[in-house]
Design a binder for this molecule. Structure first.
Ligand SMILES: Cc1ncc(COP(=O)(O)O)c(C=O)c1O
Length: 354
């Protein structure tokens, strides 16, 4: 049975060109700083973000944790959006390993955190308070349906944070989805952030890895923290090689994923019983919910049985993510199955596609 996997863009496999580059990669011991392929990837990443330096890490989660470890101290408070990936899905690492309090401020549905809300969450000088030292933003915003923060918002919000002595970290796991949607270079979008990370293993289709970028001093510190948490990799050029190909060949095609996401959202919106949470799908993530007459868990089981995999968020809530391994025809097929499965759950019969 064919599978149309819309759970996440992380399910993408490396391309032929990536596999060849991995096979042929020049290698060294990266803990000694001697892996030429890792060094090349870090250099490309730093150039693309127009930051002084970059560090290759195992994952977005590791990059975000290192950004906290290198820019705060135990007992600090950091501000994160109430829907932030760092808050929801990173096992509380910033608090458990970094010793910081995560203060959540509501995310607007478009992924922004309101400036006034940030300002009122920043602690004043008081013996009772932990000092607020870091603001974390996310672009594109995963739980806000792939919403895009603009450079104007970034500039205003970072200025406010800096005025209060905070540093700014940008979780840019899907930063290239944002730059493709906005039609601007990444460096323009991240210029106001002190640190930024982005992932190679999501829409860019590389098998592993993330890059954390910032000043030379910050990256040196993050490198040391990475070693402490066991993230010093040796002949990591094997995976870095795929990352270099990803940055060269996979960014522009993200527009196709965005087009397919809009196709999916429009199609879902036409299916009775489904409500698409945001119709103005900006990038590759579509959030939708079922009306309460059908159980979300049952729909998930039913679509899975027909090869359509969705990300189930509990209750009536679903997420679908488009990527390189899903074509426009696959989207149409997935829409057919979702509609038929819903009909079956409503009426007990599956109809013509079975
Ligand atoms: C916004 C965001 N940040 C960070 C991550 C973490 O990346 P990883 O799965 O590589 O740890 C993800 C993963 O989906 C994400 O969506």
């Amino acid at each position: 049975m064919k599978t149309i996997d819309l759970r996440s863009d992380t399910v993408t496999h490396p391309t032929e060109e990536m596999r060849r580059a991995m096979y042929e990669a020049e290698l060294g011991d990266d803990v000694y700083g001697e892996d030429p392929t890792v060094n090349a990837l870090e250099q490309v990443a730093a150039q693309m973000m127009k930051k002084e330096a970059a560090l290759f890490t195992a994952s977005g989660t590791m990059s975000n944790l290192l950004a906290v470890l290198a820019q705060t101290k135990r007992g600090d408070e950091i501000i994160v959006g109430s829907e932030a990936h760092m808050f929801w899905y990173e096992v509380g690492g910033a608090s458990a390993l970094g010793g910081v309090v995560m203060r959540t401020v509501p995310n607007e549905p478009d992924g922004r955190i309101d400036g006034a809300a940030v300002e009122s969450a920043i602690r004043g000088k008081n013996i009772h308070f932990p000092p607020t030292t870091l603001l974390c933003l996310e672009n594109t915003h995963n739980r806000c349906g792939g919403a895009v923060l603009t450079p104007e918002y970034m500039a205003i919000t970072a200025r406010l944070a800096h005025q209060h002595g905070l540093r700014v970290h940008l979780d840019g796991a899907r930063i290239f989805n944002a730059t493709v949607a906005l039609g601007i270079p990444a460096s323009e979008l991240v210029k106001d952030a002190d640190s930024v990370c982005f992932c190679l293993s999501k829409g860019l289709s590389a098998p592993v890895g993330s890059l954390l970028c910032g000043t030379r001093d910050f990256v040196d510190s993050a490198r040391k923290w990475r070693k402490m948490i066991g993230g010093g990799m040796r002949q990591a050029g094997v995976i870095a090689a795929a990352g270099i190909v990803a940055l060269r060949t996979m960014i522009d095609r993200l527009a196709e994923d965005h087009e397919n996401a809009r196709r999916l959202a429009h199609g879902l919106d036409r299916i009775p019983g489904i409500i698409v949470s945001r119709r103005d799908v900006a990038t590759n993530i579509v959030m939708f919910e079922l009306n309460p007459t059908v159980s979300g868990g049952e729909l998930l089981q039913e679509t899975e049985a027909h090869g359509v995999r969705l990300s189930y968020r509990g209750g009536q809530q679903f997420r679908a993510v488009t990527h390189r391994m899903v074509s426009a025809a696959d989207i149409d097929e997935a829409l057919n199955w979702v509609e038929l499965c819903l009909k079956k759950l409503g009426t007990g019969t599956i109809g013509s596609l079975e």
